[in-house]
Design a protein around this ligand. Sequence first.
Ligand code: CTP
Length: 391
Amino acid sequence: IIGKIAKENGYRVYLVGGIVRDFILSKKSLDIDIIVEGDIEKIIKDYVKNRKISVYFFKEFMTATLKLENGIKFDFATARKESYEYPGAYPKVEKATIFEDLYRRDFTINTLAIEITEDRFGTLIDFFDGLKDIKEKRIKVLHQTSFIEDPIRILRALRFAGRFGYKLEKNTEKLLKLAVEEKLLQKAPTGRINLELNLTFDEENVLYILNLMDEYKVLRQIFPNCFINLEREVIIAKISEAINIYKVLFDLKIEKNSNYLMALMYHLPFDVSYFVLKKYHFDKSIKHFKYIFDFIDKFKNLPEKNIEFFKFLKTIPVEILPFSAIYFNFFEKSIEILKKEKEFKNIISGEDLKNIGIKPSPIYKKILSEIFKLYLDGKISSKKDAVDYVK
Ligand code: CTP
């Protein structure tokens, strides 16, 4: 429909960016980015007429976002050129052709487009040999000054290389190394580094990407004296696994940030980590770091009795549980105890106490916690044991 409206108005429209790359790689993509050579306001107004669609226009950036009722989101942008006032700045934009729009992009694998204008629907546009670079698995910049214009691309290059298992093309690698040597990342807005790190922590191959960041000496520019040695590598790998296991088994809502940040800064004193977290706007993680430092003695001398361990486990903020459990070596124990907590509902409940003939009162809580203690120690292992004990 959008292609039809475009044709009627003499405009041209294209799918661009990640969705085209991911389509070629047969991967799912959540973002649908559309570039318009023409007036996006006109196209969108015609499109949303008589339809239940929310529209948000961002005139300054010549973009708009459409949200359909089924949750699908389209990002529209007018074909444009961008210029950067200083390295890493948010870009200034002006109208341009699709060629210029694709030419301003970071890597060739991100320059593919598929035209969706009616009559040309489905035509693949590949001005910069992006298809070849996808096939040959390489990350290649379009410009010698790509990393200078936008140093965030240093992080993006390594993130894409890690995500797809691609190599940096020779010249790109040279330019990236130069940009790192020049410490260009320090000129990028810290909010953009925050966003990029968030995306990195959300990647499936987070360890591989962090390893690349270490290899190319980027990691240490963000996290003081941070190197991925064997110890840290094992910790990060185990944290990734722990995050998944806690989620799958216990449905714990774990944000990844604090865990990976802690894994990258456990060697630093709290005040240095605090400075880094503040600088890159990870304010929410500060209290998680503080918790670990405040209770470091407890973590180093974990309670031996099951019930005491259980109580301590319950006081740890769930957001930092994976790191704590791995670093202080109580992951298996935590799984065992949390499983028991989950199973306990089938061992005995208030309903059972009622059936035994005990009137509902605060004593229920006391009885249940007494039985839970015995259950944790393996002294009670079935409903029958529990009911007999109560009787
Ligand atoms: N882009 C760029 N320079 C940047 C950020 C983005 O040139 N610093 C370009 C890229 O070419 C990209 C497009 O803007 O294709 C959209 O950016 P983004 O949504 O971040 O890229 P995706 O490729 O969709 O990444 P992801 O798969 O991680 O969503």
